[in-house]
Design a protein around this ligand. Sequence first.
Ligand code: APR
Ligand code: PHB
Length: 406
Amino acid sequence: MRKLKCCRRNPRRKEVNMKTDVAIIGAGPAGLMLGHLLRQAGIEAVILEHRSADYVLSRIRAGILERVTVDLMKELGLDDRMNREGLPHDGFYLADGERMIHIDMKELTGQSVMVYGQTEITQDLMEAAAPRGLEIIYSAEEVALHDVDSDTPHVTFRKDGAEQRLDARFIAGCDGFHGPSRQAFPASVGKAFEKIYPFGWLGILADVPPCNDELIYANHERGFALASMRSKTRSRYYIQVPLSERVEDWPDDQIWDELATRLGPACTENITRGPSIEKSIAPLRSFVFEPLRHGSLFLAGDAAHVVPPTGAKGLNLASSDVAYLSKAFIRYFKKKEEAGLDTYSSTALARIWKAERFSWSLTTLMHRFPDAGAFGRRMQVAELDYIAASRAAQTSIAENYIGLPL
Ligand code: APR
Ligand code: PHB
């Protein structure tokens, strides 16, 4: 493993001191991608992750990659497995009862998305870290940020019982929605915008062929359903459930029955049932924190924003954040220019809010809301009628789905 810039033990305090250019908190996709982009440019970075590598890889995440993520993996030279195993998708369906509206992304925009599990992306990034000199310290406990409003911030943590200190020029908070980085912003500096949805998604992963070649987002009177996939032999499905539901109360058969009903005619006959490999319920939330910078601390990915999974923007937004942030850091370290750092927050937020709008609007269009009433339902039908008949409306959906330009 590569040596850190400096590493010394203080014998009296049993403290290990390290120094790097950018301390990254969190080894999710945001932290890993940022770390690799910096290392590729010859900038030192250390990632502190409070979980084990196995735990991080056990989290099942969405599976749609926009161009920004595909390009980023290519730029890092880590796209071999993605190109081999990923499935390019040219379109998807919006279903409403019996009606299926095809959104032909390729025809409408000239572009496609890539179906490749986000967990696979994380694995590819993790495996390449050590060979490329990107240090990841797993199982780092009690990670705390200090002096973030100065030019000499540092992070303290415990590892194997020893107190450790990592000094850095910058800290990148890539520690997800529950991490400590956002909390390090003074209350007077940050503002949070949030919408909680009154339902969750119950997901099931199974080694069965998908019911359809393309994804189907279905609005059914019993609630939303999504048919997705990881490969030609592994399917990922979701159904909308009330927040009060517990996954233990959902035997596999009951989930397959709901899917067959909700996904409509295209899937009812074609669903292959099989034992679940994973089942979980995730709540839906829209969340944005502004600004993304305080002094030497920068937020990226879920630490700064969360989208409901409808449209699979989570990882792709993390990709655009770190594409902007890595360029800003590289400009600073290579040319001593701070302009990129100064504009990072506003540049990234402009794209974040557009993805938030799209995820919220697709969620609103395709789910059954307990308090929507007959009027709310008519609005959904009218919008779906409009989309079905309008190339302009379909193009708008397609260009948001494939991802807005950086
Ligand atoms: N100390 C260190 N690490 C922490 C701490 C902490 N106190 N708290 C959280 N972390 C780690 C988590 O264990 C996790 O590995 O930060 C990481 C954050 O990763 P994600 O939650 O995956 O967030 P992010 O990297 O921003 O992911 C972006 O990718 O897979 C998708 O759906 C996911 O929308 C998300 C997107
Ligand atoms: C998934 O495959 O897990 C998935 C796909 C599309 C979404 C959300 C999740 O919009």
